[in-house]
Design a protein around this ligand. Sequence first.
Ligand SMILES: [Zn+2]
Length: 192
Amino acid sequence: MADKTEHGRQGSLTVVTGCMFSGKSEFLVAQLQEVARQGRPLAAFKHSSDNRYGHRDIASHSGHRFKAVAVPDASRIAELAGTAEVVAVDEGQFFAGNLVDVCRELAAGGKRVIVAGLDLDSWGLPFGPMPELAQTADRVIRLQAVCVRCGRPADHTQRLTPIAGQKMVGGPDCYEPRCAACFEAPPIEMRC
Ligand SMILES: [Zn+2]
């Protein structure tokens, strides 16, 4: 899927995935800071849960951040990517399925696309377009956290407060990383 442009620049799609606290945003921020340091054009996006556009930071739990544009739909990413060589998307799980086509088209056009997002929701089930995106990616970086119960590598995000839909937003006090053995899925009828 990675085509060469007329300038010979190779596009690519990289997916960074895992549970909360696995360092996805940290990875993304570090990549973006390096691209910016090299003076290369980049565009960074994250999902806005409302319909307004604006600037929001991609923030890691350890406090590193990078300025991003908040968009409600992936079609806006295609419109705003412009001449950026690197296009980064955080919170990929909140986007609709058209994120997959948008990312593939940007990569085919010669851009280096990096998408970070949760692969599993609070029920341990596939979250948004992330699994499909990972299947079509040139590279998948699957990060793990540490289970707070037993100390083993964690792939699941345990919700600690009452569920309000599939959206996973909230501070460290609302969630904790757990391994599959320690993870306790909420009742499935609460998934909407
Ligand atoms: Zn565990």
